[in-house]
Ligand binder design. Structure first.
Ligand SMILES: [Zn+2]
Length: 172
């Protein structure tokens, strides 16, 4: 039986392709320490993806090899090949043996961009979850003309800043 697991201790037995996709998408891109997920087949062959973009292939009896700058759609494709036992197709990737390669500047930049996009979508979700500014009183922040959201003395933007400790990127 194959399974997927991640650095947070979650795992899933015999996942479908859709479940593997969700499992990958749930990884927080800004958590380098825990942001890893791996797929293991019934024999123990393993493909481990780290949010930094490195994919490690551990085929039993073969020293670990790496791919740098891997996109999630490639990870998903390779996980599927692994659980289908299509090793020849996995081998067609340009695996590098030895120590893990250092990502190129372009890869680092691409990852940072992904991380920014992920952060913005997370922030927007939080911001929108605060609801409308229907409060009876003005936001407590000085010079702010907006009204409060529920359960707060601040408007959405100032409540966001208070909770997150950084400038709110939204004004809507
Ligand atoms: Zn305010």
């Amino acid at each position: 039986m194959h399974y997927v697991a991640n650095g947070f201790g979650d795992d899933l037995d015999s996942p479908s392709t859709e479940q593997m996709q969700s499992f990958l998408d749930a990884l927080p891109l800004n958590d380098i320490e825990h942001g890893a997920a791996w797929c293991v087949d019934a024999d123990g062959n393993c493909l481990e993806y780290e949010v930094g973009g490195n994919l490690t292939y551990e085929h039993i009896g073969v020293p670990a090899r790496h791919l740098a700058g891997v996109e999630k759609k490639t990870v998903l494709k390779l996980w599927q090949l692994l659980v289908d036992g299509k090793f020849a197709e996995i081998e067609s990737e340009p695996w590098q043996s030895g120590v893990r390669p250092t990502p190129s500047t372009a890869e680092v930049l691409r990852h940072e961009e992904e991380m920014r996009e992920w952060q913005i979508s997370q922030d927007l979700e939080f911001y929108d979850s605060l609801g409308a500014e229907h409060g009876a009183s003005r936001c407590r922040a000085s010079t702010c003309e907006r009204r409060t959201v529920a359960h707060s003395v601040f408007c959405r933007s100032h409540h966001f800043e208070k909770i997150k400790g950084r400038t709110c990127p939204f004004v809507h």
